[in-house]
Structure formats: structure tokens, C-alpha cells
Design a protein around this ligand. Structure first.
Ligand code: 13P
Ligand code: SF4
Length: 380
């Protein structure tokens, strides 16, 4: 049996993997999976390319993947085919104190096959900006009556901020439950970094746009707001967005409705409000898959979410007519960086006892992030 040990330097250089063909990479990845058995868990987000998804042990949306990392007990390494914030979350959850105790102190190494797989939305809120905004807000509203809520698509430092300030994490699957939780505790919520998820969710709960000022982190004065607007607010939205879902436009919906009679529009809540308002169904990645899987043969859909997932749904449900909602390619370029070459390279280094690209969140940040993540995971 191969032992998982950690050393500093890679056993294999990435350059030699570039020229390998997919069938060679697949065979070598399979060999590492067999050698490591249940000590290895490969997790794949639904937006990954097909060849990566096919080699993942488990696939899911952000909430499901967090739960999988939290539940992992056999494995000693998680190779995360997703983006950086997901690997951070997996490190925090898989190495939380009770799991470490069960394993006699042995950590799970979380590996991100390509370190450049980040998330442009997560990068739109830096901890220094959030801390400065919190302080500025405190000049005009009572921050003890304000709950910070961070979308899971954020750096661990923001999750820790929420943990320390009575706040919570949400995913697109549980955003409504999280907002309800927060608004039962305090009059207001500070929601970052995705303004669209925050707005679309809150509008369905009866909160109006007038009660949701947007905090512009680059503005000099109060995030670009009048003090009066902040005092009237129920939800203060951070000005962040997903570069993929931002591309879907209301005119795409209008065009499909004109061209394909009976078409149903299914979109992710990271899309702008104007698109969500026109859609028949709005829901997380998990809900989109679930909705299509339960639809009758012959149902016509135009779906507004990441391209790889929509193409997979087309293949998995050939008895339905599935269209991509946008005429332009909307794919997550950072997820796409995880390819078979990086997966094989990271797995072979792991098996050789030289793990590369290990994502490790520092102890203090992990501890406070866990507070916010556990509040979320405890919600039903
Ligand atoms: P979900 O997996 O929660 O639907 O989020 C979509 C996304 O943008 C992941 O980065
Ligand atoms: Fe970030 Fe959007 Fe890509 Fe998700 S789809 S990882 S939010 S850029």
C-alpha cells in the first residue's frame, strides 16, 4: 500500500505531463486511484469539464461538496476539482477538531490540482475592504444589529469574519434559509460578495430594492450610499458578481420565448435580477439538475448557467430539448484550468509522498470560519 506522506518538493515536474494524451492520463489517474483506494477522495464541481467529472469519486454543487468534505472520514487526501475557495472550505471541514481526534491527529491533505483555479467573484471582496466597510457602517447603523453573511464563494478570511461577528455562510442552495436565520436575529444583513444572489433571494422574501443599497468597495464615501439609505436598509449588498452568470441578459430570455413556443427558462440566482424576474425557475446548480431530471420527455428548456453543465444535461436528457440561454460562450474559465494533466500530475505527486498544491488554511482563520460554516450546516 502506498503511504501518504508530505514532503516539500514535487517528485514530478508538470512540464512532462503536457504532452501526454488523454488515454494515457486516464490510465495513470486510474492507477493512482487503485493504489490509494479509500484514502483518496476526488471531488468534482458540476462545472468541471466532462473528463474530469468522469474521474471524480463524487460530484456536487457547492453545498453538496461542503457536506461531502465534512462527512469524509476514511480518506487522508481530498483532490478538489473545483476552485480555490472550495478547497479551503474542504480543508476547514475535513480537519475540524472532532475529525482530527477521530483520526488520532492525522490531517487530510486537500489538493487543488492547479493553483490558478480561483474565482473572480471571490476576489471582488478582500478582507481589508470588508473590515473597513464594517467600521464605516458602524458610524451610521448599529452593527450589533447587523449580521454578516458571506456566500461560500469567498476567501476563508471572510468566512472567519462572519464567524467572529455572529454571522454565517450560505450557498446558492440555502441562501433563503440563511437570510431567514439572519433576519430573525438582527434587523439587517450585510451580504457579500455576490449582489445578485443576495438581491434575487431577498426579493422573493418580500424585501424591496429600496431596502437593499449596494456597497461599492472602491467608493470613498460610505460605499457610495447616503447615510439615510443605510439606515433604511434591511440588506446591504456588496457590489460583486459572477463573471459567468452576469453574461445572461433579459433579451436572451425574450428571444427564446419568441423563437421556441412553450420554452421554459431555468436560471441560476447568480444571474442578474432582470433575468431571474423573467425566468420560470431560478435555482442553484443542484436545483437546476434536479428540475431537469424530473421534467417530462419533450420539455423545452433554455438554461442560464455554466456551459459545461448545460452541455452535460443535454447529453444526459436527450428526450428533452435543452438550449444554452446565451448566444455567447459563458464558461467558468478558472474551473476549466483543472484538466487531466493537472489532475494526473497532482495525484502522482501525492502517491509518491510529495503532495503539490496543498491548500491549508491557518488555524485561527479555520477556527472562526468553522463557526460560520457550522451555523450553515446546522440549518435544515
Ligand atoms: P452552486 O454550486 O452553489 O450552484 O454555485 C455555483 C457556482 O458559481 C460555483 O462556483
Ligand atoms: Fe466563481 Fe462564477 Fe466560476 Fe463560480 S462560476 S467559480 S462564482 S467565476
Amino acid at each position: 500500500m502506498t503511504t501518504l506522506r508530505a514532503t516539500d518538493t514535487p517528485a514530478y515536474d508538470f512540464a512532462s505531463y503536457r504532452s501526454l494524451e488523454n488515454r494515457q492520463l486516464i490510465q495513470r489517474i486510474g492507477a493512482v486511484k487503485s493504489a490509494l483506494g479509500d484514502r483518496l477522495l476526488i471531488l468534482g464541481h458540476h462545472y468541471q469539464q466532462d473528463e474530469v467529472i468522469e474521474l471524480s469519486d463524487l460530484r456536487g454543487d457547492s453545498l453538496q461538496l461542503s457536506q461531502m468534505a465534512a462527512d469524509s472520514s476514511q480518506c487522508r487526501a481530498i483532490v478538489f476539482c473545483g476552485v480555490h475557495f472550495m478547497a479551503e472550505t474542504a480543508d476547514i471541514l475535513a480537519n475540524r477538531p472532532e475529525r482530527l481526534t477521530e483520526r488520532g491527529g492525522e490531517r487530510v491533505s486537500v489538493v487543488l490540482p492547479d493553483l490558478s483555479a480561483g474565482c473572480s467573484m471571490a476576489d471582488m471582496a478582500a478582507i481589508e475592504q470588508v473590515e473597513a466597510a464594517w467600521e464605516d457602517l458602524g458610524q451610521h447603523i448599529d452593527t450589533s444589529d447587523l449580521t454578516p453573511v458571506t456566500y461560500i464563494n469567498s476567501a476563508a478570511s471572510l468566512k472567519a469574519f462572519c464567524g467572529k461577528h455572529g454571522g454565517i455562510v450560505c450557498t446558492s442552495s440555502n441562501a433563503a434559509a440563511v437570510l431567514r436565520w439572519a433576519l430573525e436575529r438582527t434587523r439587517r444583513v450585510f451580504f457579500f460578495p455576490d449582489q445578485h444572489l443576495g438581491r434575487n433571494t431577498a426579493l422573493r422574501m418580500g424585501i424591496t430594492n429600496e431596502q437593499m443599497p449596494v456597497w461599492h468597495p472602491l467608493s470613498d464615501e460610505l460605499g457610495g450610499n447616503a447615510a439615510e439609505d443605510l439606515r433604511r436598509s434591511r440588506i446591504i449588498l456588496w457590489q460583486g458578481h459572477c463573471s459567468v452568470h452576469q453574461m445572461f441578459r433579459p433579451e436572451h430570455v425574450v428571444q427564446f420565448r419568441q423563437q421556441v413556443p412553450g420554452i421554459r427558462i431555468l436560471v441560476h440566482p447568480e444571474c442578474p435580477q432582470e433575468v431571474n424576474d423573467l425566468a420560470d425557475v431560478s435555482g442553484s446548480t443542484g436545483k437546476i439538475i434536479d428540475t431537469v431530471s424530473k421534467a417530462a420527455a419533450g420539455t423545452k428548456w433554455a438554461i442560464g448557467t455554466e456551459l459545461h453543465l448545460v452541455n452535460r444535461l443535454k447529453r444526459d436528457y436527450p428526450d428533452q430539448e435543452i438550449h444554452f440561454l446565451s448566444p455567447v460562450v459563458c464558461m467558468c474559465a478558472t474551473m476549466y484550468r483543472i484538466d487531466l494533466a493537472h489532475l494526473c500530475w497532482s495525484l502522482e505527486n501525492l502517491a509518491a509522498g510529495h503532495p503539490v498544491n496543498v491548500i491549508r488554511v491557518d488555524e485561527e482563520t479555520s477556527r472562526w470560519s468553522l463557526v460560520a460554516l457550522e451555523r450553515m450546516l446546522a440549518l435544515k
